[in-house]
Design a protein. Structure first.
Length: 279
């Protein structure tokens, strides 16, 4: 079975939002991306809000309007290293904004994008972020890929819909804080098992020269196996989570009763009873 290398990029978060904090995050984020790309990675995933994070809220609209610069820089890096890159940004589209993740191919060409289906109340009210139309799965040379974003993970019915699209890898750009650390780990394991797919979570950690403390970005960018096992974790500070994985991975087990092992995804699809629970 083919093995590929996947990287989750975890840039630093400073204590206060400012132009300097945004510039520092951007510089370190692209430096970590370059470090990961040098390891012959098939996929690298950046965290949610990458083009605006660290800036003051009133600067978001201007930074979002200039998202093309981030897109061009990232496409060039993908082409230089023949790697796929997931680039999440806040972008304007008509009269609205979207929390959008681009999937860039190894030739630097855009494969497509996903717009977050579940923007938070703050996104909707403060930044006029609109909801995307629904889950999307992209075909790549290394399998089928989907990109749920942050708050999407709280909706099991969304992941049920994703599972029926049979993704191999779920890239999960995020912006969760330390009071959700335990819940985040539990949900990553559960959603990986729900979808029978790898989950690659990318978020922000603490800067290397700052002490970690509760209430700040907790990092924990991670790569999780379809059976719920953590394969890599970047910890609380800036860094990279890196894992070598088999794609596609076919998770097999026996049904109760001593039947021969078969793909879990197949027999769960066969045994679903949507008429009983309206899904």
């Amino acid at each position: 079975m083919p093995r590929i290398t996947i990287a989750s990029i975890q840039p630093p978060c400073l204590d206060e939002a400012s132009p300097a904090a945004h510039a520092h995050m951007t510089e370190r984020g692209f430096a970590l991306l370059a470090e990961a790309l040098a390891k012959d990675t098939a996929f690298c995933c950046l965290p949610e809000y990458f083009n605006v994070f660290g800036a003051e809220a009133d600067a978001y609209c201007e930074l979002a309007a200039n998202h093309g610069d981030f897109l061009d820089r990232t496409r060039a890096r993908a082409a230089d290293h023949a790697s796929h890159i997931i680039l999440p940004m806040i972008v304007p589209d008509g009269d609205a904004f979207y929390n959008r993740a681009y999937l860039i191919g190894p030739d630097g060409v855009l494969i497509g994008h996903y717009d977050k289906v579940h923007p938070t109340l703050g996104e909707r009210e403060q930044f006029n972020v609109s909801a995307g139309p629904g889950p999307v799965v992209f075909d790549t040379e290394h399998g089928r890929v989907a990109i749920p974003i942050c708050y999407d993970i709280y909706f099991p019915e969304f992941f049920s819909a994703l599972a029926r699209l049979k993704p191999d890898i779920l890239f999960f750009p995020s912006l969760q804080r330390s009071d959700h650390e335990t819940a985040s780990e539990a949900m990553l394991r559960t959603r990986a098992m729900d979808a029978k797919a790898y989950i690659v979570r990318s978020s922000y950690g603490r800067a290397a020269d700052l002490p970690w403390k509760a209430g700040q970005m907790f990092g924990q960018s991670a790569i999780v196996h379809p059976d719920g096992t953590f394969l890599a974790n970047a910890g609380h500070y800036e860094g990279i989570a890196l894992a070598h994985v088999e794609v596609p991975f076919v998770w097999q087990r026996q049904r109760c009763g001593g039947y021969p092992a078969e793909p879990v995804r197949d027999f769960l699809a066969e045994d679903r009873r949507p008429e009983a629970y309206g899904a």
